[in-house]
Design a protein around this ligand. Structure first.
Ligand SMILES: Cc1cc2nc3c(=O)[nH]c(=O)nc-3n(C[C@H](O)[C@H](O)[C@H](O)COP(=O)(O)OP(=O)(O)OC[C@H]3O[C@@H](n4cnc5c(N)ncnc54)[C@H](O)[C@@H]3O)c2cc1C
Length: 521
């Protein structure tokens, strides 16, 4: 029987990135994936006969450049040009759409020249400030109690970058850091469509409204990501998210990684305070010097390790991670492309956002605090089949939408609530694309509870745990354990629940692998 140096639990994109990086550094690595396919929440699947879609994540906007480089993903078929950058479109029910072109609005159209000039200034400022976060994405958060020389140097660089901003900017950076996004937008912009789009982006994937404290951080997080070398750029990969994962898988297999699918890990075997192997649901046991868990931290410790193996303080912290998802996914098989009001052909090929103002985003958020959904949900829509015919039969069209706010724990239960939520979403779509309802051949709505059940994402949460100020950086996944290693020797975390969080970035997987290599694990 083959023996392995490292076993990776979970073949989501982060698990594959960690596995490939370790294998490239000479480790013999086995990936164990519970699903029948790798990719986790980044896959392309058929949802109706002849209709395919990126089944959870649908837009690529933060695959980390170090991941692309380390795994040589361009050689594995993943390449993006400027022409692939998708515009963002703020839809309006009764007027022309506003559009951000290029990499997050290098050019703004559909609004006044004074708004264009205000946006130019704000965009530059947002990118400058988001740039401060960038270096943190590709390294472990500093261990404040025992900083290594390298970590001290890293922090020193950040302090220097802060200083380089200049006095005025530095003061402003610190002033706005924990602001809510709506207040900042009201300070600097006039056009509600633009403000609504930015408020939507700041809160996407988290349990925050536009007026929640520190909601601006979400926008910085987004703009700290890049695609094709451009901050804030987004693309719809040809072949969907499954194609991105196929490139990562190909790099992993080329480096010698063994991948087993349809094998769920039931338990992490612990002996004398050290993780030494895993037991599968079938009862099979596998041993390795290093165990890498690329699934949620809470599931790792509360279910696979079990509270008896860890101290009660750590268990309590794990139990307190907030991770109830708010984002649902809608897939429509349409017999023809929809026509959104005020949007031209280029806009239909972009990312279409229904979030008419920051106040609308806040009002849509409010019911979710009490386990209810908004009658007028906000959403981000793509029509992937327009540019990539592999998604739908000739003449037909696929609509893929991330819809907020859909509370994981709906008060009335999703069995009763789901048809009503679908009705609310369709009414909203009808208002922006009259006639769309008549063209629906099939609709699939995945609530956070469905996403949890189908993709083993606890809470159906975008980041495997809220990405808010108190669950970020040195507090991610929990304070005291933010650097991928854990209280159990030989066990490491590598998924979205770890720093720097979720999205298809590969950064947690890469950082974790680098940590393991540095520790000679
Ligand atoms: C509705 C929604 C829309 C989103 N849209 C976007 C988007 O457009 N762009 C973007 O960048 N991000 C998006 N995201 C976020 C993104 O999908 C996730 O952050 C990302 O996929 C997390 O990757 P991961 O590899 O860490 O974990 P996952 O993708 O969750 O993978 C974990 C893997 O582990 C496996 N697993 C779990 N338990 C076990 C076990 N016991 N044994 C073996 N295997 C196990 C699972 O089957 C899964 O394959 C979205 C998220 C949601 C919920």
């Amino acid at each position: 029987m083959t023996s392995f140096d490292a076993i990776v639990i979970g073949g989501g994109h982060n698990g594959l990135v960690a596995a490939a990086t370790l294998a490239k550094a000479g480790r013999k690595v086995l990936v164990l994936e519970a699903g029948s396919e790798v990719g986790g929440a980044a896959r392309t699947e058929e949802f109706a006969p002849g209709f395919r879609v990126s089944s959870v994540a649908h837009l690529l906007n933060r695959l980390h450049p170090d991941v692309v480089k380390t795994l040589d993903l361009e050689r594995h078929g993943l390449q993006f040009a400027r022409a692939d950058f998708l515009p963002s479109v703020a839809l309006s029910k009764d007027g022309p759409a506003l559009m951000l072109h290029g990499a997050y609005g290098e050019v703004l159209t559909g609004t006044s020249s004074s708004e264009q000039s205000a946006w130019k200034d704000l965009r530059a400022q947002l990118l400058r400030y988001a740039g401060m976060l960038k270096p943190f994405l590709s390294r472990r958060p500093p261990d404040l109690a025992a900083m290594s020389l390298l970590e001290t140097a890293g922090l020193g660089q950040t302090a220097l970058a802060l200083k380089k901003l200049g006095k005025e900017d530095m003061r402003d950076f610190l002033r706005v850091l924990l602001m809510n996004v709506a207040d900042l937008l009201d300070e600097q912009l006039e056009d509600d469509r633009l403000k609504g789009l930015l408020a939507f982006d700041a809160t996407l994937g988290s349990h925050l409204g536009s007026r929640s404290p520190a909601s601006l951080l979400g926008l910085y997080y987004r703009l700290a990501g890049e695609t094709g070398g451009a901050a804030g750029a987004q693309v719809l990969p040809q072949g969907g998210m499954g194609a991105v994962v196929a490139a990562i898988r190909s790099a992993a297999e080329k480096a010698g990684v063994t991948i087993r699918t349809s094998v769920a890990v039931a338990r992490i075997i612990v002996e004398k305070g050290r993780a030494v192997g895993v037991a599968l649901e079938t009862g099979e046991e596998l041993r390795a010097r290093t165990i890498v868990s690329a699934i949620s931290p809470a599931t790792t410790f509360l279910d696979l390790v079990g509270p008896r193996e860890i101290d009660t303080g750590f268990v309590r912290k794990m139990k307190n991670i907030r991770m109830k998802g708010d984002a649902a996914k809608l897939h429509l098989a349409l017999d023809r492309p929809p026509q959104f009001t005020g949007a031209d052909a280029a806009a239909h090929n972009g990312r279409l956002v229904i979030a008419p103002s920051p106040d609308h985003v806040e009002r849509a958020f409010n019911p979710s605090k009490y386990g209810e959904f908004s009658p007028e949900p906000v959403m981000e829509i793509t029509l992937p089949s327009l540019a990539d015919p592999s998604h739908a039969p000739d003449g037909a069209c696929v609509l893929s939408a991330v819809v907020q706010y859909a509370p994981y724990a709906l008060k009335e239960g999703w069995a009763a609530g789901k048809p009503k939520f679908l009705e609310a979403i369709m009414a909203q779509l009808e208002a922006y694309a009259p006639g769309i309802g008549e063209s629906v051949v099939h609709a699939e709505l995945l609530t956070p509870a469905d996403i949890e059940a189908r993709y083993r994402m606890p809470g159906g949460h975008w980041h495997h745990g809220e990405l808010q100020a108190d669950q970020m950086l040195i507090s991610r996944p929990v304070s005291g354990w933010s650097g991928y290693d854990t209280p159990l020797e030989g066990l490491f975390l590598a998924g979205a629940g770890s720093h720097p969080g979720g999205g298809v970035s590969g950064a947690p997987g890469l950082n974790a692998a680098r940590r393991i290599i540095a520790m000679k694990g």
